[in-house]
Design a protein around this ligand. Structure first.
Ligand code: DI6
Ligand code: FE
Length: 400
């Protein structure tokens, strides 16, 4: 780290005017872990003359990628369930038959902290290899206090063991465990909320999430968890309108949520509520693709209303065993009809916004020096190609 100039680059700043905030002949000045200047190379201020210089041969430079929704910490895998679905069972049928999230809960409860960490690091390294510099990691496969906290400790350790910012999210309201399957209210009040308080007490929680859905929790149950999040001063986000419309996005907006995620079944009332609250739409095409869903999120309505749209892997063993943010971008375009610029913004500027982070996701003075350098001529290539990783160099916190 130190003072450094990156030059001979095409700058996709995702800031300022114009598509991608693109500057064909750009330069970036980095001091420590911070960008202190970015713009056209010809405008580089004299005061940076003499700084160490790295020439990038005209390669494209974007902000480091932000994966704002993942469940990368979990035990076991669900290949068997994948096979069941290929034999005709729906995702909800598998869930009601005791498969789905609950089967991963068993495997996660049985796994040690070291085993969970070792398994997760493989998935995290795949994301890092594609230029991810910030990763959100949820709990939600413990559904008991001990395991929920173990998952969040593993998430924190991932951020210590890798050149990566990890943001943790408590998702105790992910599913109703077998022990409480006839009494979800009791689970919320006697397990989920005490676990949230304990996790917060250990400094393990940066935000609180829930799954508002017929196979999970009702809005009233989510609201009780969000009331405690508000009491603890924690921001909230919500898996909402994935398989039906229970008004989850409106509930999220009512709590000033950072984001509402999935939202395939979002209606105009939900779009308007999110627009009014500044809640980011997090689109998760990996789950839509894996579950062979047909109801697309209302991208055109979100666009018209000016609701920011993020894209994320939703990496999880059941509905989105996906560890490629580049493929996520391609799916966002091909499946959800986002533009390539919206897709790139979705995994940078808007992904950061979905985490409430204002110091990253764009290339501009004052932002973290988290950058990705790509062997592509045009930014659209990042979403266009399928199964191709053109990352040339990943810069985390100014480490050239
Ligand atoms: O199947 C799993 O393990 C997670 C499913 C995932 N969680 C959620 O709230 N919605 C999903 O698609
Ligand atoms: Fe999810």
């Amino acid at each position: 780290m130190g003072n450094h100039i990156l030059t001979e680059l095409k700058l996709a700043s995702l800031a300022g005017a114009g598509a991608y905030g693109l500057i064909p002949e750009g330069a970036i000045a980095i001091e420590g872990d911070e960008i202190v200047w970015a713009g056209a190379r010809g405008d580089l201020p004299e005061r940076y003359a003499g700084w160490a210089e790295t020439r990038l041969g005209g390669r494209l430079v974007t902000p480091g990628l932000v994966d704002c929704h993942s469940h990368v910490v979990f035990g076991g895998n669900r290949a068997r369930e994948f096979e069941m679905r290929l034999n005709g069972a729906s995702y909800e049928e598998v869930a009601r038959a005791g498969g789905g999230i609950v089967s991963t809960v068993r495997a996660t409860r049985e796994a040690s902290e070291e085993a969970l960490l070792a398994d997760a690091l493989g998935r995290v390294d795949a994301l890092i290899a594609e230029g991810v510099t910030t990763l959100e990691i949820k709990s939600g496969y413990g559904l008991d206090q001990e395991t929920e906290l173990r998952m969040l400790r593993v998430a924190r350790r991932i951020g210590e063991l890798r050149p990566l910012t990890v943001v943790t999210t408590f998702l105790g309201a992910h599913a109703v465990p077998e022990s409480h399957k006839n009494d979800p209210d009791n689970y919320i009040d006697t397990v989920c909320i005490p676990a949230l308080r304990a996790a917060h007490g250990e400094g393990l929680v940066d935000a609180v999430d829930g799954f508002c859905e017929g196979i999970a929790f009702a809005p009233e149950q989510i609201a009780r968890v969000f009331d405690v999040a508000r009491e603890l001063g924690l921001p909230v986000k919500l898996h909402a309108e994935q398989l039906s419309n229970l008004g989850g996005a409106q509930l999220a907006a009512h709590y000033g949520a950072l984001s509402a995620d999935h939202i395939e079944y979002l209606d105009q009332a939900g779009v308007d509520a999110m627009a009014g609250a500044g809640t980011v739409a997090v689109l998760l095409p990996g789950a839509f693709y894996t579950l062979r869903e047909t109801q697309m999120p209302p991208v055109a309505a979100l666009r018209r209303a000016g609701v920011p749209m993020a894209l994320a892997s939703d990496c999880n063993p059941g509905s989105s065993p996906l560890t490629s943010l580049l493929l996520t971008m391609n799916m966002g375009c091909t499946l959800f009809r986002m533009t390539p610029e919206e897709a790139l913004a979705g995994v940078t500027r808007e992904g950061a916004a979905a985490l409430g982070l204002k110091d990253r996701g764009q290339i501009a003075a004052g932002q973290r020096a988290d950058l990705a350098v790509w062997d592509v001529a045009e930014p659209a290539e990042l979403a266009y190609r399928i199964g191709f990783n053109p990352l040339y160099k990943r810069i985390f916190g100014g480490q050239i």
